[in-house]
Design a protein around this ligand. Sequence first.
Ligand code: FES
Length: 279
Amino acid sequence: MRLRPAPSEEGSASNALGDMKINRRQFMRYGFNTAGGVLAASLGALGFASILLPPSGSTGGDSAVKFWAKGREDEAWYGAMHLQPMTKSSFETEAAKSNVGMAGAQGVWNGLPVIVNYVPHAENSGKPVADNSPRFQEMPGYDIAKNYVGHATEFLLSNPEVFDPNNNLVMSFGRCTHLCCIPGWQLVSNSFTDDNWTPGGGDDGGTKMFCICHSSRFDPTAIEVNRNANRSNGQMFEYLGIRRAGGPAPVGLPIIPIIMNGDTIEASTEYTGWLTYCD
Ligand code: FES
């Protein structure tokens, strides 16, 4: 299955998402210019106001993903690495301290807020499915109206470049699908973010990404196909993402394909049509 517009938009060249590229101005627009009141409040609460500025020294087309812990350098495990390129080994080191072997961090990529999660999929995928043995789960996806959209396994057979579970890393766009908040996903401690894991992509267990704005939860281990609307023109688009587990968010967060450059985490700009829901 190739990325495509929803049936009602077939034939719209502007919605040929697989062909979309993004320039610097688009990055900034997709990142930061909507939901001003909610956004300002949430950013202020979590000290992410400075993310409104582009990464220092960044230029259009920069593929590097950098840690972002502005204002929370003393609390986040990656605080001392603020604005340093993300490396897989740093996640592995942090994950080794976890009961379930997971670690997550807020980041910035070309001015966009992103979240990277480490999941020990390669180590656990050959074991029986059990609590606290996290792995990526390729799942069916349903849109806001509960209509079946597609299955992640089917999607990945046609688009393997979008996500490699055996890399143990998943990166998603960092704006909530509810009201486009940019919360400090990995900086909230509550029952949803506890250091434990249950299978099924539901709302139980921990290790959820939690949106502090209105308490939406997302499971970074549950990979699904879903559908969302571009707010500027109403056109629907389909994407591979991580599942919404609970709260007012209508659908899950889109995945941004990771490209490894040695140990350094970089990202592909091939699928930025998925990031337009906050226009
Ligand atoms: S913006 Fe409302 S739950 Fe995230």
